[in-house]
Design a protein around this ligand. Sequence first.
Ligand code: NAD
Length: 314
Amino acid sequence: MIKRVRVAVAGVGNNTSALVQGIAFYRHTGSLVGLRRPTIEGLGVGDIEFVAAFATSEEKVGRDLTEAIFMVPNNFPRLGGDLPKADVPVTRGLVDATEVDRVAAALAGAEVLLYAAPSGRPETARAYAEAACRAGVAFINTTSDPVARDPKWIERYEAAGLPLVGDDLASQFGTSVVHDTLLRLLAERGLTLVSSYQVNLGGTEDFRNLAENANTKKQSKLNALSGAGKVELAPLGYLPHLGSQKVAHLNVEAQGWGETAVSLDVKLKVHDPSGAAGVNIDLIRFAASALREGRGGYLAEASALLKSPPGTAV
Ligand SMILES: NC(=O)c1ccc[n+]([C@@H]2O[C@H](COP(=O)([O-])OP(=O)(O)OC[C@H]3O[C@@H](n4cnc5c(N)ncnc54)[C@H](O)[C@@H]3O)[C@@H](O)[C@H]2O)c1
């Protein structure tokens, strides 16, 4: 029988809610809808067990993970069906590097730490990466803050024989993958890109945070796109009434045969945390499989699921 992957999460926000609920949903229903990889190295979507969770909000600390995921400002909806208690009390996360040892101790028994705190706090990301490394745990950085793009961290994880995955997940069917696919198609069909933009609107806490503090996110979003130099990103817009839905508008202006104009507009509407969970479930299984095989350092197989793998701009 396959041994379930023991996962710790830092950040009990919408993405963790979608992940925790989704795993229970797939385990219970046996559905394959919305899954890119039903198994990875023999590990099914249900073969994940949460063993620790870190948060900073007073309301979430001390609660069971399966209760904390429904507390405001989280607004990802209930997926329905039974959600058995995880028996994982949420513990206080670290806010600065002085607490690394406490968090490392709390990671005992975990195989993978999924870092899902807000983007735009590079020091916090590095402190969790340090805690995971000290605890002998694989680290996945789902935020746009640079960790795996820093050669020092790759060397650290290589030397420790631990997998490192990052940076910034590319949603399963989000703005980045759809936009990049359109830009690649244009080039493949021999058209010339003139200009392009994307507008992202959303009602999650992630959008609220990024609308105020998009520092590392903007570069990371550009890293995910071909056509560099001709693509503009409008500032992220926070519209609370959208809830966990994200609305993106993509525009591409190009020239075809005889320099005649070609124009394309796309509207995409998705639940943003679902797009993250659909990728995080694969990143976790890649990291756990590599750890179990004794492969450390950056995991190349994860690159296609990330916006800013090593080598991209910081
Ligand atoms: N499709 C997507 O949703 C998507 C795509 C790419 C990247 N991301 C990134 O994934 C991350 C998580 O997204 P989300 O929508 O769940 O965000 P969120 O804001 O809903 O959740 C983050 C949680 O982390 C908590 N937190 C803050 N500081 C912390 C700390 N020091 N330790 C532990 N917890 C802390 C916050 O209180 C919050 O509950 C963000 O960085 C986001 O930019 C999301």
